[in-house]
Design a binder for this molecule. Structure first.
Ligand SMILES: [Zn+2]
Length: 322
């Protein structure tokens, strides 16, 4: 299922339902609202000798957070819809009155498959957490819950990172996720400028050396200096991901959230829309998305730094004013 191709159908259906079931104002997200966009890393866990808890293990947090979000009256909607709404391309009347979006970064396989973790025991994949919540929660809209997984494109970068960290980072599951109706796959750059990549390696699939900005990787998108580097990190990555999932991944999340207005990469995103064909890009600065957000640096809240417990998540939800 390709959400982008059915959005017009969804809009019409949602508008019609809103008309026949309740006054429109009771259903709609106000266009001046603030929306929390949350992000998690499935590889975030407790370590040796450290108990795995909500505060240090993403799979545990996500499972509880879906309950907290529901109890607060919020609906998890596809991130793409929030991006469309924030850019003024989707009216709030096509969305529930209280919404939140969920995203995952880096694309470890544990977004999609359970993890026999040496310290935590079996950790549910993000997929399982979403699917179990869906199965066990009556009354959810057909599109909820839903999450967007931002993956690292370069197979060479992923294999070097896997070797260094022990985390599996395949691309075999991307199409399955994209077609699942519960998760979509988007773009988290070619190589993340990841600091585990110490040497320089040729990536045949993307026709580039990685790290694109020179070895060793620094986890620092702000060291980008050329249009060619930006094109490779964003557009070449998108083309590779498209080859796996069948559609162009038109949302981008900056590695480490480093895409602030004024930076080289941000200016490139603003000036080269025809090349990257991306609707919105996400930073990581623990703030709400609104129609005033920079389209190429929409904020997100990160677990666990922004909410190490359910009370701080409740504060984020209520603080949105929705
Ligand atoms: Zn990342």
């Amino acid at each position: 299922m390709d959400w982008k191709h059915i959005t017009h159908v969804v809009s019409a259906a949602a508008s019609f339902l809103a008309m026949v079931t309740a006054p429109l104002s009771a259903q709609a997200l106000p266009n001046n609202a603030q929306v929390p966009v949350l992000y998690y890393h499935s590889h975030q866990t407790g370590g040796a000798g450290i108990p795995c808890t909500y505060a240090n293990t993403a799979a545990i947090a996500l499972e509880q957070d879906l309950q907290t979000i529901r109890a607060a009256g919020f609906t998890v909607v596809p991130l793409y819809w929030v991006a469309e709404w924030a850019r003024g391309l989707r009216d709030g009347s096509t969305l529930p009155n209280k919404v939140v979006a969920i995203s995952f970064d880096d694309g470890a396989d544990y977004d999609w498959v359970d993890w026999a973790h040496p310290n935590c025991g079996t950790l549910k994949s993000f997929r399982r957490v979403l699917q179990e919540f869906k199965a066990n929660t009556p009354g959810l809209p057909w599109y909820s819950p839903h999450a967007s997984s931002f993956v690292i494109a370069s197979p060479v970068a992923r294999s070097v990172m896997s070797y260094a960290t022990g985390l599996p980072m395949g691309d075999w599951w991307w199409a399955e996720a994209q077609n699942s109706g519960i998760m979509e796959v988007y773009n988290h750059s070619t190589d993340h400028d990841n600091s585990h990549i110490q040497g320089s390696y040729w990536d045949y699939a993307l026709s580039t050396y990685i790290p694109v900005m020179g070895a060793p990787g620094r986890d620092n998108f702000y060291r980008m200096t050329s249009d060619a580097q930006a094109f490779t990190e964003v557009a070449s990555a998108a083309a590779y991901i498209q080859g796996k999932i069948g559609v162009w991944p038109d949302l981008f999340a900056y590695p480490n959230g480093l895409g602030a207005p004024g930076s080289f990469i941000h200016n490139w995103m603003l000036g080269h829309v025809g090349q990257h064909q991306t609707l919105a890009a996400f930073c990581a600065n623990n703030a709400y998305v609104s129609r005033n957000s920079p389209p190429y640096c929409m904020p997100r809240f990160g677990h666990p730094s922004a909410w190490p417990n359910i009370w701080s998540l409740q504060t984020i939800l209520l603080g949105s004013g929705q």
